[in-house]
Write a protein that binds this ligand. Structure first.
Ligand SMILES: *Cc1c(COP(=O)(O)O)cnc(C)c1O
Length: 232
């Protein structure tokens, strides 16, 4: 292993301990929680190192930055598009990334549907819901979720596999527990509606600052950037 890989491994080990502790506090099995390594701060070399030390899921939030990295490493790992997605860039993402975490409007759904149809594949998406209601955050307002599901229910190339949210940045992660709990409650509500295209098993929530609280509230994908890869 190179020095860089050793460093990543050490960080990963520390994160693992914290994940295990959060799982045991909340009676969850470790296998229910997956780490998406958010690599927006770093170059393609670090992605190679992450894959080498056993990270499986890679998350990128900007299409332009992600494409060259994907060219190099896309065959390895599972790629997640986690950032705001412009409608005219959806064509670059569908067919490359395994999951889109940021489906938040009908125009984007229509474009993903169109691209999925052209490539003859069903695109697993996360519905991004703005639980905190912050105006600066993307995401569907909770009030619009039902209408959105109705309007996408005939789209055969979109599968809503999960929900995603971004919590406000706060000092004390306990403060954002209600945001994560709120997303979990939306998962249960949506599953009661029984839309065939929206059987929700996944919750993408929790970042470097607040992933333990997110795990306690049911996260299945935590999106970790700085705690894992940020050069300090
Ligand atoms: C940057 C980013 C993250 C990771 O943030 P950290 O605080 O560095 O862990 C997670 N999700 C999204 C959508 C991001 O853009």
């Amino acid at each position: 292993m190179t020095r860089e890989q050793e460093l990543l491994k050490e960080r990963l080990d520390r994160i693992e301990e914290r994940i295990a502790a959060a799982c045991s506090r909340s009676g969850r099995d470790r296998s229910e929680v997956k780490i998406v390594a958010v690599t927006k701060y770093v170059g393609a070399d670090t992605i190679g190192d992450l894959l080498k030390v056993g990270v499986e899921h890679i998350g990128e939030n900007r299409v332009q930055d992600a494409l060259p990295k994907y060219e190099q490493w896309g065959e390895q790992g599972v790629w997640h598009f986690i950032g705001h997605l412009q409608t005219n860039k959806a064509k670059e993402v569908v067919g490359r990334f395994s999951y889109i975490h940021s489906l938040d409007r009908l125009s984007l759904a229509r474009e993903i549907e169109k691209r999925g149809e052209a490539l003859n594949l069903v695109v697993p998406c996360f519905l991004q819901v703005n639980i905190s209601g912050e105006e600066t955050k993307f995401g569907l307002s909770p009030n619009d979720v039902l209408a959105f599901l109705r309007e996408t229910s005939n789209m055969k190339h979109i599968r809503i596999a999960g929900l995603m949210t971004m919590a406000p940045h706060v000092e004390d992660p306990e403060e954002v527990r209600p945001v994560f709990r709120g997303l979990r409650e939306w998962k249960e509500r949506i599953n009661e509606w029984k839309f065939p295209h929206a059987e929700i098993t996944e919750l993408s929530m929790g970042m470097s600052n607040d992933f333990e609280v997110a795990i306690e509230e049911g996260a299945t994908y935590i999106r970790l950037g700085s705690v894992l890869v940020k050069p300090d």
